[in-house]
Design a protein around this ligand. Structure first.
Ligand SMILES: [Zn+2]
Length: 307
């Protein structure tokens, strides 16, 4: 009986292989041409990746380009448990966009800690304590289901300026994304500003060690100066483009210079129950049950200043 079962298994296996071999003949027509581009979104908190570049990430997964996300803090400003939930929600929402968990790098630094770390230039090895009372990196999801430092070094990193900067340098050096998406340093959230300033510092250091690596930087904004309570406006408007935030007029940027990238079709669907970006944001339940801020970023496009 066991023998018969194994023969039957073999027949099934052979017929499967034959079917696959036939399918393989058509593979070159099925796989879209890739450009070799790889896209990495730098998210200060778990959820910013959707606001910065949900469409970019989803499109990349659809055309065979690499889609990666670095989440810098644990979103644990309101407690350790809330942070753990927030990072899980980010991973689940990204999976909905087909971003693989192994392409999500969770740094595991404390929410609200990036600015104090960044400013601590005179004491870069001083260990700071987060609002969630942690002193070292920790995460349970994403690449190797742990924080990035532990994933590559086997041990967590104490919350110091040097450790954060070195984690950023290590990630960019190892992955070398061709396109990096982040917020401008004018973003009013201190973690957002500091995350981008750390990114700039890391890229400057990498220029010395890896002079051939020259990624394209795409910078947008999440918390617009003076307009955080009103911009980008109404929630869930995939029929409208982002409008110019007021701060741009007195900034180094020009609205006429933006690259405006339409969101992929599933994110342009008017019905919020079917719109992919809305569905991804819905998975951030711990935030959206109190506040609809994230839905304000459901628009017809995503915009960046390119450097
Ligand atoms: Zn944020």
């Amino acid at each position: 009986m066991v023998y018969l079962k194994s023969i039957l298994c073999s027949i099934v296996l052979v017929s499967t292989l034959t079917a696959n071999a036939t399918d393989l003949n058509n593979v070159e027509f099925l796989i879209p041409e890739t450009t070799g581009r790889s896209h990495m979104v730098i998210a200060p908190h778990p959820d910013d990746e959707l606001l910065i570049a949900a469409g970019i990430l989803y499109r990349a997964t659809q055309v065979g380009e690499k889609a990666q996300v670095a989440i810098l803090t644990n979103g644990d400003a309101f407690g350790y448990k809330r942070g753990k939930i927030a990072t899980k929600e980010s991973v689940d929402a990204l999976k909905l966009l087909n971003v693989q968990e192994d392409n999500i790098f969770i740094f595991g630094y404390g929410d609200q800690l990036l600015d104090p770390l960044y400013l601590n230039k005179n004491n870069p090895d001083q260990v700071l304590t987060s609002q969630a009372k942690l002193k070292a990196t920790e995460a349970f999801y994403g690449y190797k289901k742990t924080d990035y430092h532990r994933a590559i070094h086997g041990v967590p990193a104490a919350y110091t300026r040097n450790n954060f900067l070195n984690d950023m340098i290590a990630l960019l050096t190892r992955e070398q994304p061709t396109d990096i998406y982040a917020v401008v340093p004018e973003d009013t959230h201190p973690d957002h500003r500091a995350g981008t300033l750390f990114l700039f510092e890391a890229l400057e250091k990498i220029k010395i060690t890896l002079p051939t690596y020259r990624p394209t930087l795409h910078l947008t904004i999440v918390h617009a100066p003076g307009e955080d309570l009103v911009w980008p406006g109404e929630i869930n408007r995939p029929d409208l483009m982002f409008t110019e935030p007021a701060f741009v007029k007195n900034s180094p940027y020009k609205w006429a210079d933006i690259e405006s990238i339409p969101v992929p079709y599933p994110m342009a669907i008017k019905d919020p129950k079917r719109n992919l970006k809305v569905l991804a944001i819905d998975l951030h339940k711990s935030k959206t049950k109190h506040d609809k801020f994230l839905y304000r970023f459901v628009r017809a496009n995503e915009f960046f200043w390119k450097f």
